[in-house]
Design a protein around this ligand. Structure first.
Ligand code: F6P
Length: 324
């Protein structure tokens, strides 16, 4: 390969900048020309890309967000949109593409490859950790630290006022953020989509902890939880059905996607960028790079998209034991 383009797509995540830096510098190291594409597939369709050299990515390893900006492109979902993107790449003589994003972005990359035979490589960037083929997606670790920090702060005020807090965390359809941050934040209960505890169990657990002398409690609710009530309805339910609880709700929201990446995410991003470029250089295509048993490995994009991540059952058990 001689000319490579890199883009960030879908919801941003801390560590994307560190990954861009790594891709650009690995290209410089191997004498490959590198182009940064702005606003994900939107920019690809419009030909909105410019050359990036090793110095153009200075001072970004510690920055959240993405300097290339991100978008969820509707036009790239159409054949016409993808044709325009292909034409722009051919015009610029670009011969390979690194996509930093989640499963939606990888689906686009795979279809693009199938239609035009264009070499693509994925770097999993999302706080949700919902991609098969890596134990950690980029940004997951940072988001966990952000959430734990928020739980610690809420706990201070919860215990001062003897209150019960429901805290909603992101994660789309999966509960990885909720489960891990919940354990680290000492949550009373953790409601995740993978395990429907049911309202009775929640009430039972809160009653039990009250009897055991707890004066305040934290319940973590994954945004994709399937208990059948949203977090505000949960509060109403407890207000109506349990005595002596002063309940508050806190939805953490998009603050979970921002902030400087953790050390773990910076190292992971650096490793993933090197692996992505060097794999393309070796002629590999349609793969995603990932961390498996501590090593950088490739997983076919198809498997990464179609597979479903599993919740760690041992963590569930630990969480149960910790709330006794
Ligand atoms: O996929 C990352 C994520 O932050 C999810 O956790 C969340 O459900 C979604 O993106 C929010 O998307 P938006 O930024 O479009 O509101």
């Amino acid at each position: 390969i001689k000319k490579l383009a890199v883009l960030t797509s879908g919801g941003d995540s801390p560590g994307m900048n560190a990954a861009i830096r790594s891709v650009v510098r690995t290209c410089a190291y191997h004498n490959i020309e590198c182009f940064g594409v702005y606003r994900g597939y939107e920019g690809l369709i419009e030909g909105d890309f410019s050359p990036m050299d090793a110095r153009s990515v200075r001072g970004i390893i510690n920055k959240g967000g993405t300097i290339l900006k991100s978008a969820r492109s509707k036009e790239f979902r159409t054949k016409e949109g993808r044709q325009k993107a292909f034409d722009k790449l051919v015009e610029a003589e670009i011969d390979s593409l690194v996509v930093i994003g989640g499963d939606g972005s990888f689906t686009g990359a795979l279809i693009f490859n199938q239609e035009f035979g264009f070499p693509v490589m994925g770097i999993p960037g999302t706080i949700d950790n919902d991609i098969v083929g890596t134990s950690h997606t980029l940004g997951f670790d940072t988001a966990l630290n952000t959430v734990v920090d928020a739980i610690d702060k809420i706990r201070d005020t919860a215990s001062s006022h003897n209150r019960l807090f429901f805290i909603e965390v992101m994660g789309r359809d999966v509960g990885h953020i909720a489960l891990n941050a919940g354990i680290a934040g000492g949550a009373e209960e953790i409601l995740i989509p993978e395990e429907d505890l049911g309202l009775d169990r929640l009430v039972e657990s809160l009653n039990r902890s009250k009897k055991s002398g707890k004066t305040s409690s934290i319940v973590i609710v994954a945004e994709g939880d399937k208990i059948g009530k949203n977090i505000f309805q949960l509060k109403d339910y407890i207000d109506e059905n349990m005595e002596g609880y002063d309940v508050r709700v806190s939805v953490l929201g998009h603050m979970q996607r921002g902030g400087p990446p953790s050390c773990f995410d910076r190292v992971l991003a650096s490793r993933m960028g090197v692996k992505a470029v060097e794999s393309l250089l070796e002629g590999q295509t349609n793969y995603m790079v990932g961390l498996i048993n501590g090593k950088m490995e490739l997983t076919p994009l198809d498997n990464a998209i179609k597979g479903k991540t599993k919740i760690n059952l041992e963590l569930l058990r630990v969480s149960d034991i910790m709330s006794t």
